[in-house]
Design a protein around this ligand. Structure first.
Ligand SMILES: [Cu+2]
Length: 387
């Protein structure tokens, strides 16, 4: 009798200690809650991104409550039933009620979490009734966007200057998260994304749009987003895709609907302007200086990442251009390599990506830089005829 009272007293003390510790740790954690917000899933700019965030909060809440109960019970049991207190343990087996409870309660919790999550997933997969469709193609290491309805298409290259990457300049605000031409979408419209790839597996990820879709060569994956708030949203490739993986940002600019219409018209005019400019570019001869100046920029934006700004390359995978046989050999061979790439290597075909003038400029630059001194001037017309 005496011993039972003593044991009961210790049990209550242990319980109080456990609860006290739990309360104290919660109290200590409170100031850190604000910090936790920065690590939270972001709210994003779509109804779906908010839904995903609240699903995450719900699941996290359930995990925290279950964790406190389970670890609290464990701590209590370890303290209250320690060997020094109960040298002779109780020996009982089976308790139907407890067994039903510990099966049924977790099952109910799982179903309670799975139902809303599955409903969200089904909706994410449903890209029917889209207002416009965009083919998103991953390409080492940039994204290409094609608007199916209007035919507008362009590459979206990283805009971070190579000098910032090489630590020659301080890093800008949107370091490696900036592109020359963002994907432009209308607000409040259901946009269907058809993702695929030119080479290896990439993943198009725009966190604020709650879209992360693998881009796989030979396959087309579908997803969609309806963005409510106009603005700039930034993301990146989310599937390790080679050396330039960190250098293919995703930037989405969401415009109010009427501005989007104007943007489409502007793009159409720009495409017409570009073909007129291409005709003008090849109808005259360009001087060495003009081509070198332009070529250096094209080289730094597109080639320096692999071949290095001084043309020294990086081992056999990214050959040096300085004293290279191809760069110093016949112009036709050099043109072929740059325009058509090399199979089974990361040297891609630049003919679809650069204009005649840009190709002429970069080839002229390579043939007359890094100690190469061919004296060759390659004209846009030569490139045009090679296409
Ligand atoms: Cu990647």
């Amino acid at each position: 009798m005496h011993a039972a009272v003593r044991q009961g007293g210790i049990g209550v003390r242990a319980l109080r200690l456990t609860l006290g510790l739990a309360a104290a740790s919660l109290w200590c954690l409170l100031p850190r809650m604000a910090l936790a917000v920065t690590f939270d899933l972001r709210e994003g700019a779509t109804e779906m991104s908010r839904r995903i965030q609240s699903l995450h909060h719900m699941s996290l809440g359930v995990c925290v409550v279950v964790g406190i109960i389970v670890f609290g019970a464990m701590a209590y049991s370890v303290v209250a039933h320690r060997r020094s207190r109960r040298p002779t343990p109780a020996r009982f087996h089976e308790n139907t009620l407890v067994e039903i409870a510990w099966t049924a309660v977790p099952a109910l919790i799982i179903v309670g979490m799975a139902v809303p999550a599955t409903m969200a997933l089904v909706e994410i997969e449903d890209s029917t009734d889209a207002d416009l469709s965009i083919v998103v193609t991953g390409s080492q290491w940039k994204w290409h966007y094609r608007y199916l309805e209007s035919g507008i298409a362009f590459y979206s290259n990283k805009a971070t200057p190579q000098a910032q990457i090489d630590n020659l300049e301080p890093k800008g605000e949107h370091y490696l998260l900036d592109v020359d031409q963002p994907l432009v979408l209308p607000a409040n419209r259901k946009v269907r994304f058809l993702t695929t790839s030119d080479d290896v597996i990439h993943s198009w990820w725009a966190p604020d749009l709650a879209v992360k879709q693998d881009a796989i060569p030979g396959f087309i994956n579908e997803t969609w987003a309806r963005t409510e708030r106009p603005g700039m949203y930034r993301g990146q490739c989310a599937e390790l895709c080679g050396k330039g993986h960190a250098f293919m940002p995703v930037v989405v600019e969401v415009l109010p609907e009427e501005e989007f219409g104007a943007w489409i018209n502007g793009q159409r005019q720009a495409m017409e302007g570009a073909s007129a400019a291409a005709v003008a570019a090849r109808s005259r001869d360009w001087s060495m200086d003009e081509l070198l100046q332009r070529g250096e920029k094209i080289f730094l934006d597109n080639c320096a990442e692999c071949h290095q700004r001084d043309g020294s390359g990086q081992g056999s995978k990214y050959p040096a251009l300085a004293a290279s046989d191809i760069v110093n050999g016949p112009i036709e061979g050099h043109l072929d390599r740059v325009m058509n790439g090399k199979a089974d290597t990361e040297m891609q075909a630049w003919a679809p990506q650069l204009s005649d003038l840009d190709l002429a400029a970069v080839i002229t630059y390579e043939r007359n830089s890094f100690g190469n001194d061919t004296g060759d001037v390659v004209q846009p017309m030569t490139v045009y005829r090679t296409r």
